[in-house]
Design a protein around this ligand. Sequence first.
Ligand code: ADP
Ligand SMILES: Cc1cn([C@H]2C[C@H](O)[C@@H](COP(=O)(O)O)O2)c(=O)[nH]c1=O
Ligand code: ZN
Length: 206
Amino acid sequence: MYVMNQSGWLEVICGSMFSGKSEELIRRVRRATYANQKIQVFKPAIDNRYDDVAVVSHNGNSVRAIPVNSSAEIFEKIESNVEIVGIDEAQFFDEDIVYVAEQLADRGIRVIAAGLDLDFRGEPFGPMPELMTLAESVTKLNAICPICGSPASRTQRLINGQPASYNDPIILVGASESYEPRCRHHHEVPNRPTSAGMRKLLNVGK
Ligand SMILES: Nc1ncnc2c1ncn2[C@@H]1O[C@H](COP(=O)(O)OP(=O)(O)O)[C@@H](O)[C@H]1O
Ligand SMILES: Cc1cn([C@H]2C[C@H](O)[C@@H](COP(=O)(O)O)O2)c(=O)[nH]c1=O
Ligand SMILES: [Zn+2]
């Protein structure tokens, strides 16, 4: 019989906004509470949309969370004998979140990090690519595109109902007043610069 004798690994839950990342994080954390496991959940303090001290999903489920201002603060606040560490909105953390997640997993903790894989431009968001690469398990979720009903892998930022420009700042905390999920075909990013690779493909000058 195969026996798991090593605990400690990294699970990443990623996808667009409204794809169910927070719901899935809450589900995994709740299941662990039934097993009487010791859990701590962290979130970046800047994400105070629904609650300062809870991870709250868009449909109202919640679990208590400790707000922190940096990855290092997670380290400082880890209690003894913790078995599971949840991290929501992982895209907002500084690059040290990768080291923190790895260290915790190496010490035998099950780390569950949820975050946006792509920003509103449709480009990799902060430390998420590295977390996804190092993780033992990656769950990629889709929402539903409200334009066509297809799986939505992207997040559309809307300013006064219009697609936000590529030149907008990356960070803008918000919910349905500023964002909706979209499939790749209905995701619009005005003023996106043409990449060198695309210029080569199209055989056009710089
Ligand atoms: N277009 C949509 N597609 C899917 N779910 C949506 C959509 N709009 C709103 N929702 C709601 O969002 C919930 C997921 O919320 P949440 O877990 O907070 O997502 P995330 O953390 O990925 O932003 C869904 O269960 C559903 O109730
Ligand atoms: C796409 C995008 C999102 N944000 C912000 C908006 C929300 O505050 C969070 C994502 O929350 P969710 O749990 O995934 O619904 O991120 C941002 O700052 N920049 C972006 O490009
Ligand atoms: Zn669509």
